[in-house]
Design a protein around this ligand. Structure first.
Ligand SMILES: CC(C)(COP(=O)(O)OP(=O)(O)OC[C@H]1O[C@@H](n2cnc3c(N)ncnc32)[C@H](O)[C@@H]1OP(=O)(O)O)[C@@H](O)C(=O)NCCC(=O)NCCS
Length: 188
């Protein structure tokens, strides 16, 4: 479905958006998981190891409808390291879900990462949502997550090549920014 009319605007997140971004993720992920997601975003936004970052908000009539964050990643291997990024988190406010906002944010983020010559982008997320953007199961393509993913959740750990041939050139265990480098962020 298309995003609501022409009033949906995507723009880079600014420092002053942080409180509203936190509230957005609490709303999107709910009271159980949401506060942890909001804290993770705040931590990643001040984490120098997360650079370069892509942080985009969707705004509708002055209200934040969605937010996506991509942070730097690498590979723990002897081989040449790719320029890589991890998508986490993506949240769409409850009143705006299933209207295309998440899709707009992911598409815009991926376009910006391509401009930045990023080779690979990873996500741990809904296996029924991300394949529409070209994400594929990462483990069978040779990429392990920073922490072991339970075999039954293998399909949630996904990768997308942003440069031709990138999936053939690289393999290994993904290294993430410090703020993401905790086992609790890698359960699905
Ligand atoms: C998941 C989420 C980011 C999707 O964004 P969105 O703007 O609602 O989704 P879009 O409008 O871009 O896409 C709609 C599609 O996503 C699917 N979708 C929405 N939420 C989903 C979910 N939790 N799991 C799987 N698929 C989902 C819809 O079924 C729909 O699929 P269809 O096009 O085949 O009908 C959003 O619903 C959200 O923030 N949910 C709560 C937080 C969350 O779970 N975030 C983690 C993402 S890994």
């Amino acid at each position: 479905m298309m995003a609501r009319g022409p009033s949906m605007e995507l723009r880079p997140a600014s420092d002053s958006d942080l409180p509203a971004i936190g509230r957005l993720h609490v709303d999107a992920f709910g009271p159980q998981e949401g506060p942890e997601v909001a804290d993770l975003v705040a931590d990643l936004l001040r984490d120098e190891t997360a650079l370069p970052r892509v942080s985009i908000v969707a705004e509708a009539d002055g209200v934040l409808a969605g937010h996506v964050l991509f942070t730097a990643a690498g590979l723990d291997s002897d081989a040449a390291s790719p320029v890589a990024s991890i998508l986490a988190p993506l949240g769409v406010a409850s009143g705006y879900q299933r209207q295309g906002v998440g899709g707009l944010l992911v598409d815009r983020g991926l376009a910006l990462l391509i401009e930045q010559a990023v080779d690979l982008v990873f996500v741990l997320g809904h296996p029924s949502y991300y394949p529409r953007f070209g994400f594929r199961p990462a483990r069978e393509l040779g990429f392990d997550a920073p922490y072991p993913i339970l075999p039954e959740n293998d399909a949630a750990w996904m990768v997308k090549a942003l440069q031709p041939g990138a999936l053939d050139r690289f393999a290994g265990t993904v290294a993430c920014a410090s703020a993401l480098d905790r086992p609790e962020h890698w359960t699905e």
